[in-house]
Design a protein. Structure first.
Length: 123
């Protein structure tokens, strides 16, 4: 609860008391002032409640933004690790293929034959 909610609630209660006092005594002025205080107190209370909700949403939004930032940094770092590992393994495979050309040609031919055989069997 914030200050506006407390003050608004108290002013509303004060207005109810003034309205009741005016009704008992038969005086119009306290009744009118009481009605005004009830309306103003209710509006102030509603403003305070809206302000509190806005503050909570701001806090929740900041916490969510921090969480997203943290997860994004972690995902970027993990992605960078995976990229570096794939790059390293790709370079190693290329070096192996260049240093063993006969094995490479035989492996590619074998894979092409296997793929052709598998695709032919599906028709």
């Amino acid at each position: 609860m914030n200050r506006d909610q407390i003050e608004g609630g108290l002013r509303h209660i004060k207005g109810r008391g003034q309205t009741a006092f005016g009704a008992v005594t038969g005086r119009v002025r306290p009744q009118a002032e009481g009605a005004l205080n009830q309306v103003v107190g209710g509006a102030q209370y509603a403003y305070g409640r809206g302000r509190r909700v806005a503050e909570e949403l701001t806090h929740d939004g900041a916490a969510l933004a921090h969480q997203i930032e943290t997860r994004g940094r972690h995902a970027y770092a993990r992605g960078r690790e995976v990229y570096d590992e794939a790059h390293h393994r790709g370079r190693a495979a290329l070096r192996r293929a260049e240093s063993h050309p006969t094995e490479t040609v035989l492996a590619v031919a074998g894979l092409a034959f296997l793929a052709g055989w598998l695709l032919k069997g599906r028709r």
